[in-house]
Design a protein around this ligand. Structure first.
Ligand code: HEM
Ligand code: HEM
Length: 149
């Protein structure tokens, strides 16, 4: 049981690198594509899809981690006001999941919007704006101290 718990947490922790790398590559490609006035081909489409799939997988992993987290156990045992009064518990139960879900929703909206644009420059711009905002939110809410230790 304890081993299963740490396994999914480990995957969530490792997969964060994939999400960050995919977002960063896709974002840089979109900014360069727009500024260089490039056409939007299959390579660009795949580079836009990569962070979407990576983020959706991270959402599933995050949900798995959520229900075995210290914060969730504290929520069940002590209630919401206890969780809210402790920064680390509040982060696990509320701030991190909520911020990350918003980031993932932004990626999903950005992806489906660019798909509906005919103009290459508009597609690059849509990706740059939505993925850029998502990356910012993710960077803000990664628990850096816990991740790096
Ligand atoms: C809790 C889990 C998940 C939720 C709530 C979710 C939700 C969504 C939503 C709302 C869309 C619609 C985007 C649009 O308007 O086009 C979408 C698209 C997509 N999702 Fe997920 N997803 C989840 C898990 C996954 C997983 C695990 C994968 C891959 C292994 C995945 C891959 C995709 C792909 C490839 C698309 C879009 C394809 C396209 O439009 O070209 N999703 N998802
Ligand atoms: C792009 C999305 C996300 C990224 C990049 C991300 C990244 C991370 C990272 C790096 C950690 C630290 C792991 C460690 O201690 O080594 C973490 C912890 C955690 N994540 Fe996420 N996460 C994301 C989405 C989510 C979502 C959607 C949920 C819940 C629905 C979630 C729930 C949690 C929980 C509960 C922890 C704390 C685990 C614990 O210490 O017991 N995450 N996340």
């Amino acid at each position: 049981m304890a081993q299963k718990s740490s396994m999914i947490k480990m995957f969530h922790s490792l997969w964060a690198y994939v999400v960050l790398a995919a977002l960063l590559i896709s974002l840089i490609n979109a900014i360069r594509g727009r500024s260089q006035g490039r056409a939007f081909g299959a390579g660009n489409r795949n580079l836009a899809l990569l962070p979407l799939v990576a983020a959706h997988i991270q959402l599933l992993l995050g949900l798995g981690v959520y229900f075995i987290s210290t914060g969730y156990h504290a929520l069940k045992a002590e209630g919401m006001s206890h969780v809210m009064a402790h920064a680390n518990l509040r982060d696990q139960v509320v701030e991190h999941p909520l911020t990350m879900v918003i980031a993932i929703v932004l990626i999903t909206i950005g992806y489906s919007r660019q798909k509906r644009r005919a103009d290459a420059s508009e597609r690059f711009k849509t990706i740059a704006v939505f993925y850029g905002l998502a990356l910012l939110l993710i960077l803000i809410k990664i628990p850096w101290a816990a991740w790096m230790d």
